[in-house]
Design a protein around this ligand. Structure first.
Ligand SMILES: [Zn+2]
Length: 133
């Protein structure tokens, strides 16, 4: 898997493909994640692999879907190979705190993914703010 892993890291430009945090800020390597978990029959190939920071990967686990907090409906999660990030997600200055940048879901898929992956955990918002300066 090491050549495949290197290809995934390079393709992702060494950023988490969910929350966009850069690998360069962290010592521990980000995970090569199965978008469709192996337990659901997901393949170990470029079409089903993504680079994910530990937090996104751990929160996502084998989940394929989540609840859109706005509608309460069950929807699929963001798929880094098939979806465009900017179509579903957006960086925004936090409405409630200075020096924080949130990831906001623009669609049911985006909102469910932000919530399940806990993308707006405090520290990650602060890191995003520092990177934006
Ligand atoms: Zn992440």
């Amino acid at each position: 898997m090491s050549e495949l892993a290197a290809e995934v890291r390079k393709r992702a430009r060494h950023r988490c493909e969910y929350c966009l945090l850069p690998q360069a800020l962290f010592r521990r390597p980000f995970h090569i994640e199965h978008i469709i978990a192996k337990q659901h029959g997901g393949a170990t190939d470029l079409d089903n692999l993504a680079l994910a920071c530990w937090q996104c990967n751990l929160k996502k686990g084998p989940n394929l879907s989540g609840i859109d907090p706005q509608t309460g409906l069950l929807v699929r999660l963001f798929h880094p190979r098939q979806d465009q990030w900017a179509e579903h997600l957006e960086l925004q200055q936090s409405a409630t705190a200075l020096e924080r940048i949130e990831i906001v879901g623009l669609t049911p898929v985006g909102r469910a993914t932000v919530r399940l992956l806990d993308m707006n955990e405090e520290l990650r918002q602060a890191i995003r703010f520092e990177l934006s300066r």
